[in-house]
Design a protein around this ligand. Structure first.
Ligand code: AKB
Length: 355
């Protein structure tokens, strides 16, 4: 138990929003194994039993409801926050103002709570934030192809509400980490960039492929959807062209990288935002690999022009060299090895167990 300066005794905790989602599944399993912090997991919907048993507490909570979050977190000394709650790119285009509310106002609520707890306890709260390749945007498909592997700070002109939200929240995180209330008399910002009240760290996720879960509401979902359809023996109509190419990684690699960034010494980090990815296949290359492993797979390509335009606005590949230099990021798999060593064995076992 930690003693706050108010004399209250609060349990130190790691707080996860959007915990019931794809990333939350993997993160809770990884965090629960070797942590001396209680996991407090929240989501808009009930969190499934297999995750609840790994957490100290689980709550239904809306990241847009600041009062509810305040009441909830008043019971804890929050040491780390993994803020996963978000409306992804495709769903955000169907309700852009709702996406803004969740993706931006929800993040402001989390950053404010982190700042208040950081000031109360005199040590910065670590906020780990998943951004996305959606922050990028290109003037044309030709420009995208010519750009090749892009660094964190080029071509950041998103064409989706989700991408705009994620890019703005990256900047918000930098503000809370380095400049928060910089003109206030009692400000701690700016005098020591390694102090401040919020230790904000961000990875830009590419498309993520999990053997355990299927994403919803994303535009990079075509790869996991294609794979899971083949494993279930159902036809799949891919909503983008065969030649479309964006960066991906497996979910275990994304979780490992996220936790590696979270554990890195703050003074080893030269930036707030880091690109991570493992491979950049075309949709056609993925389809061929799926058919090698699932010969009866029935995959067709019927591009949806509007979703295609989103994928064409995202980079072919990411330059992840700064993440490698600062905190040792490195992919675990090539695409082929991801299929052989993780995706196909786990997904086959999963569907055999339910068939
Ligand atoms: C999406 O497709 O919206 C997400 C992403 C690439 O961030 N999976």
């Amino acid at each position: 138990m930690e003693q706050s300066n108010l004399g209250e005794r609060r349990k130190p905790a790691v707080f996860i929003t959007g915990a019931g989602g794809e990333v939350g599944h993997g993160l809770i399993s990884s965090l629960s194994g070797d942590r001396n912090l209680d996991i407090v997991a929240t989501d808009l919907r009930d969190i499934e039993q297999s995750l609840r048993v790994q957490c100290a507490e689980t709550y239904l909570a809306d990241v847009c409801d600041r009062d509810a979050l305040d009441r909830l977190l008043a019971m804890y000394q929050v040491k780390e926050i993994y803020h996963l709650a978000a409306v992804l790119s495709t769903r955000a285009e169907l309700a852009p103002e709702v996406a803004h509310q969740v993706n931006v106002n929800g993040t402001v609520n989390i950053l404010q709570i982190a700042a208040e707890q950081g000031r109360m306890y005199g040590e910065p709260v670590k906020v780990v934030f998943p951004s996305s390749i959606a922050v990028y945007g290109f003037g044309s498909l030709t420009q995208k192809i010519q750009a090749g592997a892009v660094s964190e700070y080029e071509y950041c002109k998103p064409s989706t509400m989700y991408g705009c939200n994620k890019l703005y929240c990256e900047h918000l995180g930098r503000y809370y980490a380095h400049s928060y209330r910089q003109l206030a008399q009692d400000s701690v910002a700016g005098d020591d960039k390694n102090r401040g009240v919020v230790d904000f760290r961000c990875v830009r996720y590419p498309g993520l492929i999990s053997a355990e879960t299927i994403p919803t509401g994303g535009t990079s979902d075509f790869v996991p959807e294609m794979l899971h359809a083949a494993a279930r023996g159902v036809p799949y109509k891919c909503f983008i062209r065969e030649d479309s190419r964006i960066p991906f990684m497996t979910m275990p690699e994304a979780i490992d990288a996220t936790l590696k960034l979270a554990a890195a010494p703050r003074n080893s980090l030269t930036q707030i935002v880091y690109n991570i990815a493992s491979f950049s296949p075309s949709a056609g290359e993925v389809a061929e690999l799926v058919k090698q492993h699932f010969p009866k797979a029935n995959i067709s390509f019927e591009p949806d022009e509007r979703r295609q335009a989103i994928v064409d606005s995202w980079p072919e590949a990411l330059d992840c060299s700064v993440a490698g230099n600062d905190w040792g990021f490195a992919p675990t798999y090539t695409l082929e090895k991801a299929f052989e060593e993780y995706l196909v064995p786990r997904i086959t076992k999963q569907y055999e167990s339910v068939s």
